[in-house]
Design a protein around this ligand. Structure first.
Ligand code: AKB
Length: 317
């Protein structure tokens, strides 16, 4: 029987929903309490409504369930965040401070805080961006993640709170829909292809970005959290890489399955955000410290995405 009781905040989101299932498989269904600001059907385990800005309610849930670890996934992403910068800052930073303060007061053993490649901006090498490149984010989402990384380190150094963090690239999965990100096109494009529709991409054809398949992103998260504390040398956040590709490259990999699939390009405001981000990431620190190794490249991911989405849509139709 697991001694851990885990709280997932933002459990209905793109990563949160898949992570909750993986944690339930590893720790037992009743040892993982899913929370989100809205109720959705389909949670086969304990679920509580929680607004991340309500510190008192968060503390009450943590005490009532005897929570020992927190995975804090709730945040407004890069593209959506630009529509209301001050509100994005309030939600992303306010939520994080509540998690850190409640965790400190309740004697939580570990906290997971997701950062992002959005922490990078001007004056970095865009290819194989190093772990310690300068952080000059251009979006409010990126600013909140860069600040969150420093606060993670602060709570570790000042209070001994074992906060661990990954800089996720764009995450691509068939299980859940992304919401409000600049990398969302790389999920949407598969849905259009499998449904037999052509796709109009909101980024230009040669905009390469770092990406990762959901299976790898979830495994990285669990491996980081299970690694011995002395192996965690980066107390801000770890660069994490899976693969890198441009819209035309993902289109080509899909056309290997559906030769008549066509993609056109109509870049919008998200192009500027993508242009400020790395094209690829150097994740050697993660590989050295806790033996990170991705399993999926673009071709393997495309095979699995198409296979899984075909199954999903044939059930729905
Ligand atoms: C986004 O596009 O905002 C996210 C991210 C890279 O953090 N997917």
């Amino acid at each position: 029987m697991s001694k851990e009781k885990i709280l997932v905040i933002g459990a209905n989101g793109q990563i949160g929903s898949v992570l909750t299932e993986a944690l339930r498989a590893a720790f037992g269904t009743n040892n993982v309490i899913a929370t989100d600001i809205r109720q959705v059907d389909g949670h086969d385990g304990p679920f509580e409504l929680l607004n991340v800005l309500d510190r008192q309610a968060m503390g009450e849930i943590i005490n009532r369930h005897g929570i020992t670890q927190i995975y804090h996934l709730a945040a407004i992403l890069s593209a959506k965040g630009e529509q209301n910068p001050l509100q994005t800052w309030d939600i992303n930073m306010g939520g994080l401070f509540n998690v850190f303060e409640v965790a400190r007061e309740s004697g939580i053993s570990k906290v997971f805080f997701p950062s992002s490649i959005a922490v990078f901006g001007a004056d970095i090498p865009r290819q194989m961006t190093p772990q310690n490149a300068i952080l000059k984010p251009t979006t409010v989402y990126g600013m909140s993640k860069a600040s969150g990384e420093l606060w993670s380190q602060y709570y570790f150094q000042k209070y001994g709170l074992d906060v661990r963090s990954l800089r996720y690239p764009g995450v691509i999965g068939w299980q859940s829909d992304p919401g409000g990100g600049t990398t969302d096109y790389a999920v949407d494009i598969y849905h259009y292809a499998v449904k037999g529709e052509n796709y109009t991409c909101f980024l230009s054809e040669n905009t390469a970005l770092p990406m990762i398949y959901m299976a790898d992103a979830i495994r990285a998260t669990l491996e980081l959290m299970e690694a011995p504390a002395q192996n965690i040398k980066e107390r801000t956040s770890y660069n994490l890489a899976g693969m890198s590709f441009s819209p035309s490259e993902i289109a080509e990999s899909i056309q290997a399955h559906f030769p008549s699939f066509e993609v056109s390009y109509a870049p919008d405001f998200r192009q500027k955000i993508a242009d400020s981000w790395p094209e690829s990431i150097d994740d050697n620190a993660a590989r050295n410290d806790w033996h990170w190794q991705p399993n999926y490249d673009l071709a393997r991911m495309t095979n699995d995405m198409i296979f899984q989405l075909q199954k999903k849509y044939s059930v729905l139709i």
